[in-house]
Each structure stands twice: as C-alpha cells, then as structure tokens.
Design a protein around this ligand. Sequence first.
Ligand code: PRP
Length: 210
Amino acid sequence: MLNIALAKGRLGEEIYSMFEEAGYGVSGMREKTRKLIFSDEQRGLSYFWVKPSDVAIYVERGAADIGVAGKDILLESGADVFEILDMRKGLCRMSVAGPVGYSSKPGETIRVATKFVNIASEFYASKYQDADIIRLNGSIELAPLLGLSDVIVDIVETGNTLKANNLCELERITDISAWLIANKASYRFHAAEIRKLANDLERIVSGKEV
Ligand code: PRP
C-alpha cells in the first residue's frame, strides 16, 4: 500500500486532480464528507487529507510514504525528505515586503514580522544583517502598519494584499510551488512504484498525454 498525504483545501484538490489524471484516482475522494482517509486496497493506494503545514511531518516520519507540500513548508520545517517533482502548482514567492520606499540603514537591526521564522532568519543571516524576528500567525501585513515591525517576510501571490495595505515587495527570497516529496526509507522500499508515479505525474505537469 502506498500512503499519500495531500493538503486539505483548494490546492490539495487541484493536486489530487493531477493524480487522478495520471491514473491514480480512488473512489470517494471527491465526496464532501469529513472523512480523511480514502483507500483502494486493490490498487494499493491510500490517500489522507492533512493540514497543509503538516504534510511534511507525515512524510518525514513515515506515516505517509509520499505527499505534496508547498516549498514554503519544506523550507520552514527543514523536513528530511526527498523532493522528487516540482508540481508547478500553487505558484507564488516568499518575499520581504514593507512600506513603499523603505530601506534599512547600515548596521541597523531590522524588525521582521513573519510566520516563517526559519526562512527569515536564514535569509538575514545569509546577508549578515542583524534581524529581530517576530513570529506572528496571520495578517502579517498589519505589523509594519502598526509599527510592530519594519518589514514582513511572507508569501506573495497576486500582490493584492500588499497593495491593499500600501505595502510593496522589496526583495524576493525564493519562488514557491508544490512539490512531490517522499519519505527516505519508503523511497528505497517502494522505489519502482514511486518512480513510476513520479514519471506519470511528470507527464501531467508538462502537459503530455499519459
Ligand atoms: C497569504 C499571505 C498573504 C496573501 C498573499 O495569506 O500570507 O497575506 O496570502 O496573497 P496575494 O499576494 O495574492 O494577496 P493567507 O490568505 O494564506 O492568510 P494568512 O493571513 O493567514 O497568512
């Protein structure tokens, strides 16, 4: 049985459509129920719907053999998994944003509000800039508006949230998308199955017929 963790929500459903298109659908997955596990014993497939930020944990610890997680979650958690295929979905970027025209003064400790404290810390460490990282859980854009921070490190997709709050993107840290990941031990035990699945999905990602 191949156990697959997918993120609950719109992006997870789009990802599941790609699995289905690649020939890995199981019945019941589209039901609007509160059920979280859908298995097809004959086909040897079992899907779990998990919280997006938990996919990497399920896979790292082997509760799921494979999963699809955002690069933001992978970078932030530092999960020890194999990143197998860029699914090219959920495209966005991790950026520094702040008030229009903001720039830090040399030697200044910059105050940074973010949900992604590890990504932000590593980014400023790589620039040898002192940063006071302030962990928030949401509505990050409020922080510079209320003087809690100088800038934010957050996900930018359309840029609408920044624009609506008179903020702008100052620096792009990295591009983000959803990645197919595998547990390291599972990848050895189920090597042929996982490679075939990745190849079948790769054809869908690049728009070819399976
Ligand atoms: C994310 C992110 C930004 C917004 C960016 O928030 O934190 O606030 O989306 O998208 P945009 O560039 O298309 O406007 P999310 O909706 O996930 O909620 P959050 O406030 O809990 O982070």
